[in-house]
Design a protein around this ligand. Sequence first.
Ligand code: C2E
Ligand code: CA
Ligand code: CA
Ligand code: CA
Length: 275
Amino acid sequence: AKRVGGSGWRAYDPSSALRRARSRLLEAEMRGALEQGQFFLLYQPQVALKSGRLVGAEALLRWQHPTLGMISPAEFIGIAETNGFICDLGQFMFKEACKAATSWPAHVSVAVNISPVQFLRGDLLADLRAALAVSGLAPHRLHVEITESMFLEKSEELFEKLNALRDLGVTIALDDFGTGYSSLSYISSLPLDKLKIDQSFIRDMVSDPAAQTIVQSITTLAHGLGLTLVCEGVENALQCEMLTALRCEEGQGYFFGRPQPARQILALSAAHSLL
Ligand code: C2E
Ligand code: CA
Ligand code: CA
Ligand code: CA
């Protein structure tokens, strides 16, 4: 047994020991993996619900390890946040994503995820600026997805960083909206362009009237604040119809397309409608 921070004693847990061993292994491997080109990006289509046209794609990191196989970002992002490696990963993925978007038509944007650690530590602004400069991508075509967890601390520094992001000319989206703790009045004081409603609400919407009411309220909120509403996790036609009826602008999810290589996004951009 091990002493647990003042709260008492806990029995040895083999599953958590395994998890720790795996996490140490991934941590030891990640730097070399980046150098060896094991990380790459896939892009998931974002669609205008009214027209069915492709309007953008979200860049999602993948780690293809030679012996461990495909490792989910859900597993390695957390580790990379803890050891600071997320900043190196960020530099890589901003450059990749901007480069990919320059091969797409000008009406198609690319969205990158920014973790809270990346936002507060590291040289986020310099990294984004460098990626834009090297690629020549128009800044408004780069969408940065931030999350509510960044606002747990309502610091002056946070506001300054957000405003600096805004000055860079990139588009700012609040990701996973509805799962965090931010107050509505606080949201209205941030320099945002888009709200991405969390996929859990979309998943439950068809069967759960409460989830439907929440989606409806968030739509009203977004429009009242002049923000574009994006719904993620759209998996079927019924969800798509309900969201269109609620006048949600954009959708993302397996119904429109899985995360895929950049050149397939180019092919989709030529389609008249993805509906
Ligand atoms: P997220 O930003 O909320 O990304 C959406 C996740 O939902 C993606 O999982 C995507 O593949 C998945 N998804 C998309 N459509 C559907 C759908 O219709 N149904 C269901 N069930 N799932 C759907 P993924 O790629 O495994 O990424 C998981 C999380 O990892 C992301 O959540 C994001 O928080 C993080 N992540 C991924 N790439 C990056 C990155 O480059 N940087 C940072 N900081 N985080 C990243
Ligand atoms: Ca996201
Ligand atoms: Ca999300
Ligand atoms: Ca998420």
